[in-house]
Design a protein around this ligand. Structure first.
Ligand code: FAD
Length: 391
């Protein structure tokens, strides 16, 4: 009805939009409001770390404008609008708009938080160049970095995790000189066993990426030409521009204003329900029954399940096997990491064409795997054998 408080989704990333699309397939009448602190453009975030070498602008990566999405979803979309706080007792949101800091309240019937994650900050490092560090976590960041990159040749990449390696792959193919620094001993050390990480490292290295692994940055300073990093072994790296890829942390500040239970992310059960029965969470901001996964596939599974739940058909989510394709095109890599803390060990077979690593427990059950190069042909076989993440 006209007076019904709307279903409100905070966030227009892949989680917020996919939930809205799935919900509208089941319910075309309930009023729907989406609110975003960004411009609400619909885009595929994974492309951010694979588009420099294709010369893609931020505009070219934007698939659909917020205005078109509002039409498609029959929803009201408030862009450049930050939700400052949640009042769970009155079931209202306090909004803050960029332009004049005007504050307005809007009511919700049920609220879904899809607030995403932010890039981890570089802490405890001396020097005056912190403000010159770029991070890429949305289209605006991508536009900012691409623009600053004009005229630069040497790029310092801080972090050799999943996103760092993808940017190294992309930047080197775009013709830049890339140096990667990470305190861990091999790339993607938290996701890959050493043999697989070394294999990826070797191929990227042969293509021109220089790795400084097992080394920490002691200080970052501006110099007339750009930026200068002093490593803990005394070595100095000079670059024109620096990009940090130090991993992601869930955005939980808004959820905290409602007093919701927080772990690493907003704690939700398999129905994506938080500690408040009228508030749900999905995507990078959510921790689903102890699983925190910063990937697209699980959020799509969640969007389908939550759309059912919200339209009156309670539907717990079930995580099966979730393989991730790393976009290091120079050395295709697929990983399916075991749940952190899982009991077991890596068994590795390797030849010049690639690495196949299987993580098995003492009963011989497959809990995770990692494949590089030609070994990715083992993907389907391992997916069908691997234990699901949830029972
Ligand atoms: P986000 O896209 O971060 O959206 C959050 C939204 O919330 C934004 O619209 C923001 O404006 C809004 N928001 C936050 N706080 C507020 C507030 N207080 N008020 C109003 N609005 C607010 N995953 C894969 O599976 N495969 C890949 O290859 C892959 N590559 C990636 C490459 C990069 C460079 C990055 C950064 C991530 C990659 N990921 C990949 C991860 C994947 O992109 C994310 O898991 C997914 O996009 C998260 O979507 P989200 O909607 O949860 O969050």
């Amino acid at each position: 009805s006209e007076n019904q408080a709307p279903l409100v989704i905070v966030g227009t990333g892949l989680a917020g939009y996919h939930l809205a699309l799935e919900f509208r397939k089941l319910d075309s009448v309930t009023p729907l409001v989406l609110i975003s602190s960004d411009d609400g453009a619909f885009y595929s975030k994974p492309l951010l770390s694979a588009s420099l070498s294709h010369g893609k602008t931020a505009q070219q990566l934007c698939q659909t404008s917020a205005e078109e999405m509002a039409r498609k979803l029959d929803a009201q979309i408030l862009v450049h609008t930050r939700v400052a706080s949640i009042s769970p007792h009155s079931k209202t949101l306090q909004l803050q708009q960029d332009v004049d800091n005007h504050i307005a309240d809007i009511p919700y019937d049920r609220l879904i938080l899809a607030t995403g994650a932010h890039c981890r900050k570089l802490t405890a490092i001396a020097g005056n160049a912190h403000a010159r560090l770029f991070r890429i976590n949305n289209l605006t960041d991508y536009h900012r970095f691409r623009t600053a990159l004009v005229g630069c040749q040497r790029v310092l990449l801080i972090g050799a995790g999943l996103i760092g390696c993808e940017f190294a792959n992309d930047l080197v193919q775009a013709g830049y000189e890339v140096a990667v620094v990470d305190p861990q001993e091999w790339p993607l050390a938290s996701l890959l066993p050493e043999a697989a990480g070394r294999d990826l490292q070797e191929v990227l290295n042969n293509s021109g990426v220089r790795f400084y692994l097992g080394k920490s940055i002691r200080s970052l300073n501006k110099n007339p030409k750009g930026i200068e990093a002093l490593l803990d072994n005394g070595e100095t790296l000079v670059a024109d521009i620096a990009l940090a890829a130090l991993g992601l942390e869930a955005n939980t500040a808004l959820a905290e204003t409602a007093g919701l239970k927080i772990q690493r992310g907003i704690a939700v059960d398999r129905k994506l329900q938080s500690s408040n029965p009228h508030i749900f969470a999905i995507g990078d901001c959510a921790e689903v029954e102890g699983h925190q996964l910063f990937y697209v596939a699980p959020l799509m599974t969640c969007a389908r399940a939550l759309a059912q739940t919200l339209s009156g058909n309670p539907c717990p989510v079930h995580y099966g096997v979730i393989p991730v394709a790393v976009k290091t095109t120079l050395r295709p890599t697929t990983l399916c990491p075991p749940h952190p803390g899982a009991e077991g060990s890596w068994q590795v077979s390797q030849d010049t064409k690639g690495v196949c690593a299987e993580f098995r427990n003492s009963r011989g059950e497959l809990l995770g795997f990692a494949l590089t190069g030609a070994a990715i042909t083992e993907r389907e076989r391992l997916i069908s054998e691997c234990m699901p993440l949830m029972d």
